[in-house]
Design a protein around this ligand. Structure first.
Ligand code: IMP
Ligand code: MG
Length: 188
């Protein structure tokens, strides 16, 4: 019996770690000045923690802020509305901001956060997402830095949850609810 018998790994720890080093290098190549990282809670906390340390390794010294946004009422169905549960504390005026989120799906969350920070006077807001699900966009937005393209499945782990569970997993995987492609799951 394994600890997580019904979870199929999509992106393992090593794969994620290597990709984050590449993203950090790309971000450094854009030569951001006075960089402020704004991580969108809760889902991005693990990605942000690893990305920020990778940014340090490539010679950047970002300040770090958090905004807690909610676009899901519960479960896996989007409410379509984004609300601020906790706002950033720092003044973003004139700053290069890197917005960090876990996953770009409809695009509403990242668009909301980007518009908010631009409206507050940020000089530039670029976006880094660990995953993007193509073909799901309801709002036209393009992330500047993307870890991986993700199949159109509800994923968990590496900070991401379903009903508050699985955030602790060090990898990204898919939970078998019995209504997703059976070929993606480990056979007993
Ligand atoms: P969007 O606003 O539709 O782009 O959704 C983005 C937010 O929904 C992300 O920040 C996640 O928190 C959440 N989300 C979207 N898809 C998934 C998923 O497959 N697993 C877990 N969270 C997800
Ligand atoms: Mg989120």
């Amino acid at each position: 019996m394994t600890a997580n018998p019904r979870i199929r790994v999509l992106f393992d720890e090593n794969t994620i770690a290597k990709r984050i080093e590449e993203l950090a290098q790309q971000i450094a190549n854009a030569r951001p000045e006075n960089l402020l990282v704004v991580a969108v809670l809760k889902g991005s906390f693990m990605f942000a923690a690893d990305l920020i340390r990778a940014l340090h390794r490539v010679g950047l010294a970002p300040q770090v802020e958090f905004v807690h946004l909610s676009s899901y009422l519960d479960g896996t169905v989007s409410s379509g509305q984004v609300t601020i549960l906790r706002d950033v504390e720092s003044d973003v005026r004139g700053r290069d901001v890197l917005l960090v989120d876990d996953i770009l799906e409809s695009g509403r969350t990242v668009t909301f956060a980007k518009d908010l920070l631009m409206a507050r006077g940020a000089k530039r807001v670029s976006t880094a997402v660990l995953l993007e699900k193509p073909g799901k966009r309801a709002v036209s937005i393009h992330a500047d830095y993307v870890g991986f393209t993700c199949p159109d499945l509800f994923v968990v782990g590496y900070g991401m949850d379903v009903a508050h569970s699985y955030r602790q997993l060090p990898f990204v995987g898919v939970v078998d609810h019995g209504n997703q492609d059976p070929d993606l799951f480990d056979k007993p």
